[in-house]
Design a protein around this ligand. Sequence first.
Ligand code: UT7
Length: 326
Amino acid sequence: MIHARIIGTGSYAPKKVITNHDLEKMVETSDQWIIERTGIKERRVCEKGETTSDLAHEAAKHALHAAGIAPADIDLIIVATLSPDTHMPSMACKLQARLGAKRAAAFDLYAACSGFLYGLSTADAFIRSGMHQTILVIGAEALSRYTDWEDRTTCVLFGDGAGAAVLQRHAGKRGILSTHLHSDGSFGDLLHIPAGGAAHPATHDTVERRQHYIKMKGNETFKVAVRALEDVVQEALDHNKVKPEDIDLLVPHQANLRIIQAMAKRLNMPMEKVALTIHKYGNTSAASIPMALDEAVRNGRVKENDLILLEAFGGGLTWASALIRW
Ligand code: UT7
C-alpha cells in the first residue's frame, strides 16, 4: 500500500506580540469579550519589513531539518496562503529560490483557512499517483497586513505565522489515510477581501473605503462552520470505519475555541486530546493547522501509529478533513 507520510514538520511565529489589552487601546473591545467569544489572549504579528515568505522560510527550514532531507530532495513546493508577499511571483517560487530547492516545481494554493488541508490532499494525490516522491507543503500567513485595525469585529481575531510539513512516499500502513475537500461558493461573501483583484483593482476609492481588508459576517460564518465541520468529520470517520474514541489527537483549524469545543463534544473527546494554539496565536488561517501539528509533534504528543484527525473551515467557503496514521 502506498501512502504519503509526513516525515517532518516545522513552524514559525513572528516575535511581536499583540495582547487583548493592547487591542483595548486601539478599538472598543475588552479582554473579557475576546476571551469569552473566541478563546484568544494574544496573537503574533510581523514586524515592519517582515513578510509572509520570511515566516514560511523559517517554518520550511525547521520541517526539512526534522525530516532530515536537503532542499535538493524536494520535488514540489505547495504554499497555501491568502496573504502572499505579492500576487506574482508566487510564494512557492520565492521559497523555491530561498531554500535552493533546485529540482522543485512550485505553486500557491488559495483555499483560505482550509488551504493547508487542500495542500496536503493535493500532495497526497501527487505522491500516490507516482508523479512525485517528496513534497513540501506550507501554510503561511501575514493576516495583519490584510486586517483592518479599526474594525473590532475582525482585528481581534487574526494573527501571523507559518507551518510546514514534508511528505514522502511510503510503502506501508502509515501516512495519510484519507482527505475530504468541500466548497460552497454561494457563501463567498461571508468572508472576503472585496478589492485588490481584477474585479475591483486598487483605486483611491477602494483604499478610502477600506476594501482591501478582510471582511467577515462572523456570526453567520460560525453557524455554517459548525455544521460543515460536523459533516466533514463524520465523513472521515465513516470512510475509514473508525470510531471517535479511536482518534488519538484532533488538530482543528484554530478560528474560535467555541467551535473547537463543539467539535470535541460532538466526538465525545476530552479537550486533552485536542491540539490548541488559539489562545496565543489567534486565527492564522492556512497556517493554524500545521503550526498546531508541529507544536504537538515537538511536545511529544504524537506517537508512532497514532490516529490524527485534522479539520478546517474557511473563506470560499471551503472545508476539509484529513485522517493520518502517524
Ligand atoms: O477562520 C475562518 C472561519 N472563521 C470562523 O469560523 C469564525 C466564526 N465566527 C466567530 O468566531 C464569531 O462569530 C466571532 C468571534 C467572530 C463573533 O462572535 P459572536 O458571538 O458571533 O458575536 P457577534 O458577531 O454576534 O457579536 C455580538 C456583539 C455585537 O454587538 P451587539 O450587536 O449585540 O450590540 C457586536 O457588535 O458583540 C459585538 N462585538 C464586539 N464587542 C466587543 C463584535 N466584536 C466585538 C469586539 N469587542 N471585538
